[in-house]
Design a protein around this ligand. Structure first.
Ligand code: MG
Length: 170
């Protein structure tokens, strides 16, 4: 049987993984996925600390082989203080598009013990699809708790992961 040879430089598809975590502090709301979720805690960070948008940004940049979010938007730059992560995601995706790639789909996971994200999942998916100008069915979101253990379960942090599949434009 002949082995199928896949030449990476000829492949039209690129995959990327993004991960992020932010510590929690008292006082809401929780900025997550580009919306404000009612909660008694918020995430700490130099920007608006949107852990999901940061994971999505790094997944897209990673799939395109570009510099990561920390290199593009350093936390030493005062311009990035309290910066809207939706704006950073849009700027990053502009670079991805300029590199000749576009989104096939995103699959995301948020790990948060609280709040329960079920009621907000559709609003977050919609906001993500708006930020990136893609269809709703190109963006998926799952939420998991920390089962009450570890830094997520003890509500010290919220974590997010995203896998992005990109395709070269013709
Ligand atoms: Mg971050």
């Amino acid at each position: 049987m002949q082995e199928k040879q896949i030449k990476l430089d000829e492949s039209a598809l690129r995959i990327g993984l993004g991960e992020d975590s932010h510590r929690l502090a008292k006082g809401g709301p929780l900025r997550l996925g580009g919306i404000d979720v009612p909660h008694d805690y918020h995430t700490l960070g130099h920007s608006d600390a949107d852990v999901l948008l940061h994971a999505v940004t790094d997944a897209l940049l990673g799939a395109a082989g570009l510099a990561d979010i920390g290199e593009l938007f350093p936390n030493t730059d005062p311009e990035n203080k309290d910066r809207d992560s939706a704006e950073m995601l849009q700027l990053a995706y502009e670079q991805v598009v300029a590199a000749g790639l576009e989104i096939v789909n995103l699959d995301c996971v948020v790990n948060a013990q609280q709040p329960k994200l079920g009621p907000y999942k559709q609003a977050i998916r919609k906001r993500l699809s708006e930020i990136l100008s893609v269809n709703l069915d190109q963006v998926n979101l799952k939420s998991k708790t920390g089962e009450g253990v570890g830094p997520v379960g003890e509500q010290l942090v919220i974590q997010a992961r995203c896998v992005a599949l990109l395709e070269k434009r013709n």
